[in-house]
Design a protein around this ligand. Structure first.
Ligand code: NAP
Length: 277
């Protein structure tokens, strides 16, 4: 029988960790699956849909997360809400999903962080959008702290309009001074190679009980290290990256994994990332 084929598409796609993570997830679930990376430019997407429709499923990264939608038959509820797709299951119906939100929630849950109360999200780009929507759905009391209040206010009004009954406001990062149950970093501040920076001051960080940093390179940012030194619970972005891939395998094959196996994969993915770069 020919091997079942899967892929990640994007442009550029050279640095992706997806083949390493997904091949391991097929192996752990004892499912047959070949997983490759495919570079597709925005101009080529339409022309290459036949090729993508031959696959059992695929993941989508920048810049195709919105552009893929018109080529699908159906979107699940979260993909519809976000207007974004990162996973497709091909079959009689070609269905689009977004697994980042559940990847984020699983990273918090398995890291021992309760998602509720006063939550501050730093930044207002693509990742922040996921965190702010999930915080609004979880009925958190939300602050978006960004370097551009104007951009943050656009996200505040989008989420308030779409979710309704939200408790959400914005501030400039430098004005951050409240006490928070959870601080989420959704900026690249602290990412390799600028690994000595933090997106907030030591003083602001000391008032946060829990911290999630979306950055996955390095595995432990300075923000995570300082939060742990303060006695806070802190989880890094590699956990979300791996858990969002796990959710794709739940969609494709209904695969189930133990938390121990996934924690091992998170560690191994960090080592692989170090080896690659
Ligand atoms: P993005 O769309 O470019 O947004 C970045 C945000 O950070 C913007 O609000 C930007 O502000 C802000 N920012 C950038 N540099 C800053 C600085 N020096 N000080 C303060 N704010 C700054 O990027 P993204 O896709 O959201 O990604 C953000 C981070 O999350 C990256 O490190 C990415 O690798 C990580 N990420 C991780 C996962 C995961 O699975 N773990 C998933 C997605 C993203 P302006 O708009 O003013 O430029």
């Amino acid at each position: 029988m020919p091997k079942r084929k899967f892929a990640v598409i994007g442009h550029p796609i050279g640095h992706t960790m997806s083949p390493f993570i997904h091949e391991r997830l097929f192996e752990l679930a004892k499912e047959e699956g070949e997983y490759i990376k495919v570079d597709i430019s925005p101009e080529e997407l339409k022309l290459r849909m036949n090729e993508l429709n031959e696959l059992c499923g695929y993941n989508i990264t920048i810049p195709h997360k919105q552009a893929i939608i018109p080529f699908l038959d159906k979107l699940d509820k979260k993909a519809e809400l976000y207007g974004s797709v990162n996973t497709v299951k091909n079959g009689a119906v070609k269905e689009g999903f977004t697994t980042d939100p559940d990847g984020f929630l699983k990273a918090l849950e398995t890291g021992g962080i309760n998602f509720g109360g006063n939550v501050v999200i730093i930044g207002c780009g693509g990742a922040a959008r996921t965190f702010v929507y999930e915080a609004a759905l979880a009925k958190c009391n939300i602050t978006i702290a960004a370097r551009s209040r104007d951009k943050a206010d656009i996200l505040v009004s989008e989420v308030s309009k779409k979710i309704g009954d939200t408790n959400i406001r914005s501030c400039h990062i430098s004005e951050l001074n409240g006490e928070y149950d959870l601080l989420v970093n959704a900026t690249p501040v602290g990412m390799y190679p600028n690994i000595d920076s933090m997106p907030v001051s030591e003083k602001a960080l000391s008032k946060c009980k829990n911290v999630f940093d979306a950055i996955y390179n390095p595995l432990e940012t300075v923000l995570i290290q300082r939060a742990k030194a303060n006695g806070s619970t802190a989880v890094g972005g590699m956990s979300m990256l791996v858990w969002q891939a796990v959710v794709a395998h739940e969609i494709w094959d209904n695969s189930q994994y133990s938390v121990d196996d996934i924690n091992q994969l998170i560690e191994d993915s960090a080592k692989e990332l170090k080896r690659k770069f």
